[in-house]
Design a protein. Structure first.
Length: 330
């Protein structure tokens, strides 16, 4: 396996106060990463030094997530109009995978590999992904065959583009393998599947479920988590699932909730425990939209979370900066 150059950055250097003040908003940087990834993936055969370009992009995305993890998680639910689904899904998966890997105390180089793997995991079916996103009828046998082939196709595309990191290539090749051997392309089980791959696969499952498609509605985050805990329990590593739940939370950042008070708000981050997130109330108990969001302590029984809602059920629209401040401006 070829080693990365020793001087290749994997983490941003500590920033001074003027640098922090001058940096672009986190949301803008995530959107810029989306646009750059879109260009690189669709033009990889014409990109010189593709490995370095993709690793640099992964590093920039990691820096943005470090600066605003709550904003990055909220983007998965509230930034779905940004560009194409195929590329946006890779960004979303990379964000979740990075946060889980960090919680597992993975080394910086390992996290960089995981993020790069997530960003490129679907390069073998980019055009097919866009076609599937806009179709309304059932998937054909030919399309199903293309879906099952895309990990191997993707790894081959990356090799031809000069990607030499075998762990990165494994992330792309194996990200649809399952714990019980029911995955593809090889049907590997349990310990044979690298943990780096399992992290991406779990993040991929969650992000796909909470994203809307033309052919199915998106699941509420709590429904997606329930699927992973119950329907997918034989497909995923239970140790990783436990870590994933700790990172994302039972009420993930960005989820729209109704409180015991009757107020409706958005989970803005973690609170005192997994069942008591920080919530910014947008709609009062009387159903009137508030001019300015109000923070509620959901650890207080009077403001506990009663239920999770879709944006349509809540009947509320807002801009991310109203909840997460200036760093959430596009």
């Amino acid at each position: 396996m070829e080693q990365r150059p020793a001087d290749m950055p994997v983490q941003p250097a500590p920033q001074t106060a003027p640098e922090i003040a001058a940096r672009p908003p986190v949301l803008r940087r995530i959107n810029e990463a989306h646009r750059e990834l879109d260009y690189l993936l669709f033009n990889l055969d014409r990109v010189p030094d593709a490995q370095s370009r993709l690793l640099a992009l992964a590093g920039k995305l990691m820096a943005a997530v470090e600066d605003g993890p709550d904003i990055a998680l909220a983007c998965i639910l509230h930034n779905q109009d940004e560009g194409s689904y195929a590329v946006r899904h890779c960004i979303d998966t990379a964000v979740v995978a990075m946060l889980v890997a960090r919680a597992l105390d993975k080394l910086p180089n390992q996290i960089l590999t995981i993020v790069a793997g997530a960003l490129t995991m679907n390069i073998g079916m980019l055009h097919k992904h866009e076609q599937l996103q806009t179709r309304l009828n059932a998937i054909s046998q030919d399309e199903l065959a293309a879906i099952h082939a895309h990990p191997e196709v993707g790894a081959d595309i990356l090799r031809r583009a000069g990607i030499t990191d075998e762990e990165w290539l494994d992330c792309v090749l194996l990200h649809h393998e399952n714990e019980d051997g029911s995955g593809y392309p090889y049907g590997w089980t349990g310990e044979r599947i690298p943990v780096t791959v399992k992290i991406i696969a779990l993040a991929d499952r969650y992000c796909a479920r909470v994203s809307s498609r033309s052919y199915r509605r998106s699941l509420l985050p709590i429904e997606a988590l329930r699927d992973i805990l119950l329907a997918d329990q034989h497909l995923v590593d239970p140790m990783l699932t436990a870590c994933f739940i700790r990172v994302v939370g039972m009420y993930p950042t960005g989820a729209v909730v109704r409180l015991a008070s009757g107020e409706i708000g958005v989970v803005s981050g973690k609170g005192s425990d997994s069942t008591a997130p920080a919530v910014q109330v947008l709609v009062g108990a009387d159903g009137v939209l508030l001019g300015t969001p109000v923070m509620r302590d959901t650890g207080n029984a009077g403001y506990g979370v009663r239920e999770m809602l879709s944006s349509e059920q809540a009947g509320v629209r807002f801009r991310m900066w109203q909840v997460w401040g200036e760093d959430a401006r596009p």
